[in-house]
Design a protein around this ligand. Structure first.
Ligand SMILES: Cc1cc2nc3c(=O)[nH]c(=O)nc-3n(C[C@H](O)[C@H](O)[C@H](O)COP(=O)(O)OP(=O)(O)OC[C@H]3O[C@@H](n4cnc5c(N)ncnc54)[C@H](O)[C@@H]3O)c2cc1C
Length: 374
């Protein structure tokens, strides 16, 4: 194939996998551009903020020996066949992969997003009363609140409209029991009206806090200037089944930043779809035919260090069996390890990342995409 210079923007799961696979399969000149010298293992961020788990490692460590070049800089625009960085420098490409990722909805003033800095926020909160409010009870909010609820001196309140809307009633009941055992308070059916520096105003009364972590909502990263893009309601860039941007066959969007249209199953954002999207994008460049196919087989949730929920999903999207407790925590840990292992294996040419493919099926309407991370 004729692609010589490939640029990948964003060194999260999707960007790293795409860069390593492109180098291995296409033997092209590959440059990975990222706004940080570190790769953040985001699916363990809750372990970091509660216990200081080491989740930020040098990108160079993941690229070591692969031949992929790493440039640290923030990409701001695409100008023809050049990528423009924040310092005004440009990088020419034959093919561009955008793996810009996502963030939570902006945390309102007075609250904090879940990030690498959250560890310091938690330490400060524990020193000044220990009342931690977590807003949003999707999978991220639950994992964050569950991890914090196990900390000595923490008093956690989870504030949300519903608990784990994407889990079966049995799984939800298990999550509720877990929080009850930890002495955490669930304020469900609750809408946040506003946030002050020390409390939330909700339609069910105030929730005082020493720290409020905001996990409600999902927003894809802002697209680069100079590209004509259409976005879905979550801010994801719409691309074709080959993950190419309409009108720009030399640009693909992968990971949380994009969403292919015309699929039988619309991928939900999450590491579990970000990596398949990245692998498929490179397979397309290597000549693979057929649209992106993906099947959401399960939702994996850790509840602290010794508990969890694995919610199997059937091919038609219905709930399958539910695994809970220590066996679920064990499975979740293996899934998280598989993610990093497969990046290293791709780099070392030991293994090509694989995923469960769904049926080609009838194209689904985009509106079928369900909101929420994972
Ligand atoms: C606490 C927590 C737990 C989670 N657990 C799970 C889980 O169990 N399973 C699951 O499937 N998902 C989980 N997720 C979601 C998962 O982390 C994301 O879906 C995943 O990180 C998306 O991968 P990505 O490569 O698309 O983007 P990201 O990991 O967000 O990486 C994008 C990278 O691009 C960089 N970047 C962005 N814009 C630019 C630019 N203009 N120039 C240069 N660099 C740029 C960013 O700094 C970032 O490093 C969890 C998330 C959180 C917060």
């Amino acid at each position: 194939m004729g692609t010589r210079r490939i640029i990948v923007v964003g060194a999260g799961y999707a960007g790293l996998l795409a860069a390593l696979r492109a180098r291995r399969v296409l033997h092209a000149q590959v440059t990975l551009v990222s706004d940080s010298p570190r790769f953040v293992d985001r699916i363990r961020l809750h372990e970091h903020l509660a216990r200081g788990a080491d989740v930020a490692t040098p990108v160079a460590q993941w690229l070591g020996g692969s031949g992929v070049e790493h440039v640290v800089g923030r990409a701001i625009a695409v100008d023809g066949s050049s990528l423009v960085l924040h310092d005004g420098s440009t990088l020419a490409f034959d093919h561009l992969l955008l793996a810009l990722g996502s963030e939570g909805h902006p945390a309102p003033a007075g609250t904090r997003p879940v990030s690498l800095d959250s560890r310091a926020d938690v330490a400060r909160a524990l020193a000044s009363g220990g009342r931690i409010a977590v807003v949003g009870a999707g999978t991220t909010g639950i994992e964050v609140a569950a991890e914090l609820a196990e900390l000595e001196g923490a008093s956690v309140t989870l504030v949300a409209s519903v608990l784990a809307g994407e889990l079966s009633p049995r799984a939800r009941a298990h999550v509720a029991r877990y929080f009850a055992r930890q002495g955490a308070e669930l304020r469900l059916g609750t809408r946040v009206r506003s946030a002050a520096p020390d409390h939330l105003e909700t339609d069910r009364g105030p929730v005082p806090f020493d720290l409020c972590l905001w996990t409600a909502g999902f927003r894809a990263a802002r697209p680069l200037a100079g590209l004509d893009v259409e976005l879905d309601p979550m801010g994801r860039i719409l691309v074709g089944p080959d993950l190419r941007l309409p009108g720009r066959p030399d640009v693909q969007v992968i990971g949380d930043a994009g969403v292919p249209t015309g699929m039988a199953t619309v991928p939900r954002p999450g590491c579990k779809s970000a990596m398949p999207l990245a692998a498929h994008a490179i397979d397309v460049l290597a000549g693979a035919s057929g649209p992106f196919r993906w099947r959401d087989a399960m939702t994996c949730l850790s509840l602290g260090r010794r508990d969890g929920v694995i919610q199997a999903l059937r091919a038609d999207g219905a709930f399958g069996p539910t695994l809970t407790g220590r066996p679920a925590a064990w499975v979740k840990e293996r899934v998280a390890r598989y993610v990093l292992w497969s990046l290293a294996a791709e780099r070392d040419d030991r293994f090509a990342y694989r995923w469960l493919r769904g049926p080609a099926g009838r194209p689904a309407a985009l509106e079928a995409a369900s909101a929420g991370v994972r």
